[in-house]
Design a binder for this molecule. Structure first.
Ligand code: ADP
Ligand code: GLC
Length: 477
């Protein structure tokens, strides 16, 4: 597998949870799996050993000094690409302000390093690539490396975690990625005069998957296809929807070390302790313990639907309710949440930033969890919420639609403030009825979204792609 982030090393969103937890589960199903990741400045690497280099890594006409290290997580080797020129910076995809101008080169270096791992360190039947940052691999295999004997018969699977991020670069960057114009046509990686890596990857991969069935359907329509719906319809036979699983060794209120008190469906007393603790941490008054508490943990981007909350903020004024939000991202949404907290200091508290322990405390302390996404390929927080007894209020899209139903939460269809407000009011009315609320919580807590089923679906897809593959010694030279 090749990806730009994975727990426990580095995380900005759900991709990291997936790449950190799917491979160990595949391993328990008998798959031999390794992961290749950048070694960013901010990465936490508890233990590792160098396995290759320093050696020149060629990307186009440039060569970078790189070293490969391996770190084992639950018996899976994670190969970390140390290449300081491109990865030793503040930020994964962009600096705190502005943009990295050379992301095409940075992730080309990741892909080249992954191919080196496949050539030299880990015998590979399938290259499973995640998002546009790894999409150059299928592109290389169908173009400049098409005749390379090392990759004859090697299959590619591209998993799209979010069609909103496509990796679009100017045509003159082709050479910098080690590509020529042969891929620059509308049937491959060209899109409206630019190079579009995700498009090229979708065109070139043996199979494509995305992270819920509903999103796999949605992206074939103009409304959700981010202008690639035509290509996705053409490739419908090779397109699969496999729901993300959850790592319940990390997200479980019975064992979670970050929360004030552990609890379970059989004994919910700890949840009230967690709520009181969360209110205190966030500086909300203790009396708020008697009101329903809405939690939000999110990247703040247009995808997540907070413009609807902005328009529906009247609900927070008129209803007896509190809200805690944790997130970071676009200034516009950070400002909105800050001003909401300034206007309603007794009811609303906001933390701008990234804070893993607090994200667990919000799941544990909240009564409701809000995700009004415009689109959501899978979404993990609503699934975590189910297990923590924080009843999800979600827009019926993508993975939110696939994982929440009326027995476990509240859904609205229309992307409108009115529909969001109606769903919130329905949830608050249900909260007022303790018997009904307890039923909702317990139904959600009983759901099992562990990886077992989804990892078996990936394993089935791998077998379909490479029926001849042999489990066996990992190393070849
Ligand atoms: P996405 O990948 O689109 O951000 P997901 O719901 O799949 O959405 O996953 C988000 C993951 O990132 C969750 O594990 C969530 O807890 C975490 N997360 C998002 N924002 C923050 C934050 N500000 N602080 C801590 N964790 C966060
Ligand atoms: C993306 C999506 C999110 C999904 C995650 C992991 O970031 O926005 O819905 O859960 O990837 O697949």
């Amino acid at each position: 597998m090749v990806a730009s982030e994975a727990t426990p090393f580095i995380k900005t969103g759900g991709l990291a949870d997936v790449v950190g937890s799917l491979p160990p589960e595949l391993k328990t199903l008998g798959q031999e799996v390794a992961v290749v990741l950048p070694w960013y400045r901010g990465a936490r690497v508890p233990e590792s050993r160098p396995v290759l280099g320093p050696a020149p890594l060629w990307v186009g006409q440039s060569s970078y000094q790189a070293r490969l290290h391996v770190s084992e997580v639950r018996a899976v080797p994670y190969y970390l690409v140390e290449c300081p020129e491109v990865f030793d910076r503040d930020g994964l995809y962009s600096p705190p302000e502005g943009q990295f101008p050379d992301n095409h080169v940075r992730f080309a270096a990741l892909c080249k390093a992954a191919l080196l791992v496949a050539r030299r360190l880990f015998r590979t039947d399938i290259l499973h690539c995640h998002d546009w940052q790894a999409a150059l691999i299928p592109i290389y295999l169908r173009s400049v490396l098409a005749r390379d004997p090392a990759f004859l018969g090697v299959k590619t699977l591209l998993t799209v975690h979010n069609l909103g991020y496509q990796g679009v670069f100017a045509k003159y960057e082709l050479a910098g990625m080690g590509l020529d114009e042969s891929i620059f046509h509308p049937g491959f990686a060209e899109f409206l005069g630019d190079v579009n890596l995700l498009k090229g990857g979708i065109a070139a991969s043996d199979a494509i998957s995305t992270v819920s069935r509903a999103y796999a359907r949605e992206i074939q329509t103009p409304d959700y296809g981010c202008r690639l719906d035509g290509l996705l319809r053409e490739r419908a036979d090779a397109l699969y929807g496999i729901l993300n699983g959850v790592d319940y060794s990390v997200w479980n209120p019975e064992t979670d070390p970050h929360i004030a008190a552990n609890y379970s469906a059989a004994d919910l007393r700890g949840k009230a302790v967690c709520k009181a603790d969360l209110l205190k941490r966030m500086g909300l008054p203790g009396e708020a313990a008697h009101r329903p508490l809405i939690g939000i943990v999110s990247r703040f981007t247009g995808q997540k639907g907070f413009d609807l909350l902005e328009e529906a903020a009247g609900v927070l004024h008129s209803e007896d309710v509190s809200l805690v939000a944790l997130g970071a991202g676009e200034r516009r949404y950070e400002d909105f949440f800050r001003s909401l907290a300034a206007h309603l200091p007794e009811k609303v508290a906001v933390r701008i930033g990234y804070d893993d322990p607090l994200s667990h405390q919000i799941e544990a302390g909240s009564d409701l969890f809000l995700m009004p996404s415009r689109y959501e390929p899978c979404g993990l927080n609503q699934i975590y919420s189910l297990r923590y007894g924080a009843v999800p209020v979600v827009r019926a899209t993508g993975g939110l639609d696939d994982t929440i139903d009326s027995s476990t939460g509240f859904k609205f269809e229309d992307y409108s403030a009115r529909a969001l407000a109606a769903a919130l009011r329905a949830a608050l009315a249900a909260y007022a009825n303790p018997g009904e609320w307890r039923r909702l919580m317990l139904n959600g807590m009983a759901k099992d979204y562990s990886w077992r089923k989804s990892a078996a679906e990936y394993a089935g897809l791998y077998r379909r792609l490479a029926p001849e593959s042999r489990p066996g010694p990992k190393t070849s030279t």
